[in-house]
Design a protein around this ligand. Structure first.
Ligand SMILES: Cc1ncc(COP(=O)(O)O)c(C=O)c1O
Length: 443
C-alpha cells in the first residue's frame, strides 16, 4: 500500500485556515517551503490536519535521522518529564547531562582527553566553539567559507554566506571574519575547465593568510566538511588534510561544523571521518536529539576548558528532556546501524539521480556523501548558469503529489534530500518516484 494518501485538494480546508492564521500572526519574514500543516508524524511520513499523508524527504531539515516520533525516544521523554523537566545546569547537576557528555566524549573521534558543553541550537553551538577558540588562542580572527551556513545569530550570521536570503539589511556584522572559497568542484573557477582538480583552491586560503589576515591572529577556521545550505557539497578529502596541517602549523583551532552532516547522515558518525582528519572542536545539533532542541561542542579538553569559570552558560542548554532524547537517539543509531543504512540509502539516491541527469538537461550536477545527496539545476546542457526557478517549482509539484522537499545551494538552485535514515525501501522508492515525476513536470 502506498504511504502517500492525498484526500483533499491541497492545501485542504483545515490547513488553509491555519495558514491564514499563520499569515496574520507570524512574521512574514518566516519562510515556509511547503504549505503542509502537520497534525502528526511517524517515521518517514507526516499527516496534515486534513488527514492527508505525505512522505517526508526533509526530516525537519536534518533533525530526524532516527525518524519522526521514535517510540523509544517518546517513552524516554515521557518518563523524564514525569520526574524532572528542568533545573538549569548553572543551578545544579542532573545525571542525563553528564551521561550525554560522557557519551559524546567517547563518540567523537579525536585523540586524547575530550570534554563537552551543551546548548540549545546549532547557532549557539557555533558561537560557543568560537568563544572557546578565542579564549584558547587569545586571538580574534575567524576564517570561514563562501557558501557556509552556521546560523542566524549575529556572530553566526557574520560567518554565514548567501547575502540576499540570509543577511540583507541585518548588518553591521561581527568584525575579524575572513571568507575564502569552498572547494566546490562543480563551480570551481580554477579547475572547471582544466578537467582535473589540482586543489588550486587551497592556494586561495594560503593567499588569504598573506593578503587579508595574519595567521598568527587567526583563532579558528570553521568548515562544514559537507556544506549543507551551500548545496550538499563534500569538501575534497585532500583539501581537509591540508587544512589540518595548515592549522597545526599556525596554531589555529580547526572547528568542524557537523550540525547538518552529523549523526550518521553521511554514513559515518561525523562527515570529517571520511577524510581521516581530526578537528579540534566538533559542533553538533539537529539530529543529536530526534528533534528536541539541543547542541553540543565536543573537543580537545584544553580548548573546551579554555573559557574562564562562568564564561559559558545557558538557561535551557542541555535540558534534561533534550539529554534523554539524545541518549536514546544515539542508542537507536548504534543498534539500528544507521551508518550502514545511510550508505544504502545514498546508493539508491545516487543511482536514481545519475539516471535523471542523463534524462533531464536541466540537471547539471548530482552529488552526495552517504545519504546527504543533492541535485543541482542549471539552465541547460553545456550551460552551468544556475537555474534558480526549477527547485522552487519542483518543491511545489512534489507537495501536490505528496512529498515534502526543500531546496539548498548558494544560488538556491539545488534540491536536497534529507530522508529519515529509518525509512523503508518501499517508501524511499515511492518518494523518489514522486520526485522524478515532479522534475519531469518542471523540465
Ligand atoms: C551546518 C549548520 N550549522 C549551523 C546551523 C544552525 O543551526 P540552528 O538552526 O539550530 O541554529 C545549521 C542550520 O541549518 C547548519 O546547517
Amino acid at each position: 500500500m502506498p504511504a502517500i494518501n492525498i484526500r483533499t485538494t491541497l492545501p485542504g480546508p483545515k490547513s488553509q485556515a491555519v495558514l491564514d492564521r499563520r499569515d496574520a500572526a507570524v512574521s512574514r519574514a518566516s519562510f515556509r517551503s511547503t504549505p503542509v500543516v502537520a497534525a502528526s508524524a511517524h517515521n518517514a511520513t507526516v499527516t496534515d490536519v486534513d488527514g492527508n499523508t505525505f512522505i517526508d524527504f526533509t526530516a525537519g531539515i536534518g533533525t530526524l535521522n532516527v525518524g519522526h516520533t521514535p517510540t523509544e525516544v517518546v517513552a524516554a521523554l515521557q518518563a523524564q518529564a514525569a520526574d524532572l523537566i528542568h533545573l538549569c545546569a548553572i543551578v545544579g547537576t542532573y545525571e542525563p547531562y553528564i551521561a550525554l557528555a560522557e557519551k559524546l566524549n567517547a563518540l567523537v573521534p579525536i585523540d586524547g582527553p575530550k570534554k563537552t558543553f551543551l546548548s540549545n541550537s546549532g547557532a549557539e553551538g557555533v558561537e560557543t566553539a568560537i568563544k572557546m577558540a578565542r579564549a584558547y588562542t587569545g586571538r580574534p580572527a575567524i576564517v570561514t567559507y563562501e557558501g557556509a551556513y552556521h546560523g542566524r545569530t549575529l556572530l553566526t550570521l557574520s560567518l554565514t554566506s548567501k547575502y540576499a536570503l540570509f543577511k540583507k539589511s541585518f548588518g553591521p556584522f561581527a568584525p575579524e571574519i575572513y571568507r575564502v572559497p569552498y572547494p566546490y568542484a562543480y563551480r570551481c573557477p580554477h579547475c572547471r575547465h582544466a578537467g582535473a582538480c589540482n586543489l588550486t583552491c587551497f592556494e586561495d586560503l594560503e593567499r588569504a593568510l598573506l593578503a587579508h589576515v595574519d595567521p598568527a591572529a587567526v583563532a579558528a577556521i570553521i568548515i562544514e566538511p559537507v556544506q549543507g545550505e551551500g548545496g550538499f557539497i563534500p569538501a575534497d578529502y585532500e583539501y581537509l588534510r591540508r587544512l589540518r596541517q595548515l592549522c597545526d602549523k599556525h596554531g589555529i583551532v580547526l572547528i568542524a561544523d557537523e550540525v547538518q552532516a552529523g549523526f550518521c547522515r553521511t554514513g559515518r558518525w561525523f562527515s570529517f571521518e571520511h577524510s581521516g582528519i581530526q578537528p579540534d572542536l566538533v559542533v553538533m545539533a539537529k539530529s543529536i536529539a530526534a528533534g528536541m532542541p539541543l547542541a553540543a561542542v565536543t573537543g580537545k579538553a584544553a580548548v573546551v576548558d579554555a573559557p574562564h569559570l562562568g564564561g559559558l552558560g545557558s538557561t535551557f542548554g542541555g535540558n534534561p528532556l533534550a539529554c534523554v532524547a539524545a541518549l536514546k537517539s544515539i542508542e537507536l543509531m548504534e543498534r539500528e546501524n544507521l551508518n550502514q543504512r545511510a550508505e544504502q540509502i545514498g546508493e539508491t539516491l545516487m543511482g536514481r539521480f545519475r539516471a535523471w541527469q542523463e534524462r533531464f538537461p536541466i540537471i547539471g550536477d548530482v552529488r552526495g556523501l552517504g545519504a546527504m545527496c543533492a541535485v543541482e539545476f542549471v539552465v541547460g546542457p553545456g550551460d552551468r548558469t544556475p537555474n534558480t526557478d526549477a527547485p522552487l517549482k519542483i518543491v511545489g509539484e512534489a507537495y501536490k503529489r505528496g512529498l515534502l522537499l526543500i531546496r539548498a545551494g548558494l544560488y538556491s538552485n539545488c534540491v536536497r534530500t534529507l530522508v529519515p535514515l529509518t525509512i523503508g525501501d518501499a517508501e524511499l522508492d515511492e518518494g523518489l518516484d514522486v520526485l522524478e515525476a515532479s522534475i519531469a513536470a518542471v523540465a
